[in-house]
Every structure is written in structure tokens, then in C-alpha cells.
Design a binder for this molecule. Structure first.
Ligand code: 5GP
Ligand code: ZN
Length: 136
């Protein structure tokens, strides 16, 4: 996708208004239009990269440092008791907007764990086969 067709490029560059909670030269952080919980925010790099495969290591590192900073702000200001970082890459992973974004989802006591996945099952042999496939 070209940058001029990308809605998150337009939001990150300030061409489309958004509820911005943080901005610097590299990132804009906005409130999600369809919040899963109160305070659900998206860290958007200003430079277009479709997903983690395209993202530079520099921006990847800075995004996590910013998430760490904002996590503390959210805990202090929103009084959330937990927080999920979620980052989808590719349609098969649930990505709907093809511009890298890191979800910050504050969690509150009593709001359930239905956002989290259920554990699957694997034998030791299956785990070993995966380990070999990744490392050898
Ligand atoms: P994804 O499914 O790609 O990981 O997440 C996309 C997220 O972007 C969704 O949570 C959706 O609610 C949010 N979103 C989509 N379009 C807009 C928009 O125009 N503005 C804002 N603030 N959020 C958006
Ligand atoms: Zn973009």
C-alpha cells in the first residue's frame, strides 16, 4: 500500500484528526476509535511500515521504550491494574490496518480475562520439532 492511501499515515502525520495522547518526531499515540477497554491506545510510528517484518530495528526498539513509558502513565492516570501489549501482523494474525501499530490495552479488576487466549496443547516431541525448525 502506498503511503498516500494509508489511513494511519494520515493520522500519524496529523492530516486526519485523532485523540492524541502523546507525540514526538517519531511517533503519535492515539486513542483507538473502537476501544476494547477504557484507554485503549495505539502507538503509531510516523514513518510507514506495514508490519513488524518491514519495521526498522530502530523504530521497533523505540516503540517498546515508549510503551514502557506510557504504561506507567496509564497506570498512574487511569488507575488500571494491568495492561496488555498486542501487536498484530498480517491478515492471518488479525491485522486490519496495514501500518504497524502497537496496541496498549489497559485492564481493570473484574473486567474478565476474555481478551486472553486459552492455552493449547503440545507434546514434548512437537515442541522439540518446532525448536529445531526455528534454530537449525
Ligand atoms: P488491528 O486489528 O489492525 O491490529 O487494529 C486496528 C485498530 O485500529 C482497531 O482496534 C480499530 O478499532 C482501530 N482503528 C481503525 N481505524 C481507526 C481510525 O480511523 N482511528 C482510530 N483512532 N482507530 C482506528
Ligand atoms: Zn502508513
Amino acid at each position: 500500500m502506498k503511503r498516500e492511501d494509508c489511513i494511519f499515515c494520515k493520522i500519524a502525520q496529523g492530516e486526519i484528526p485523532s485523540k492524541t495522547i502523546y507525540e514526538d518526531d517519531t511517533f503519535r499515540v492515539i486513542l483507538d476509535l473502537g476501544p476494547v477497554t477504557r484507554g485503549h491506545a495505539l502507538i503509531l510510528p510516523k514513518e510507514h511500515a506495514e508490519n513488524i517484518f518491514e519495521l526498522s530495528e530502530d523504530i521497533a526498539g523505540k516503540a517498546m521504550v515508549l510503551a514502557k513509558h506510557l504504561a506507567v502513565v496509564m497506570r498512574d492516570r487511569l488507575h488500571c491494574s494491568g495492561l496488555n501489549l498486542v501487536q498484530n501482523n498480517g491478515v492471518s494474525a488479525g491485522q486490519t490496518v496495514p501500518h504497524f501499530h502497537l496496541h496498549m490495552i489497559p485492564r481493570y479488576e473484574g473486567n474478565g480475562k476474555d481478551l486472553n487466549w486459552k492455552a493449547g496443547e503440545a507434546t514434548q516431541e512437537e515442541l522439540e520439532a518446532v525448536r529445531r525448525q526455528i534454530t537449525q
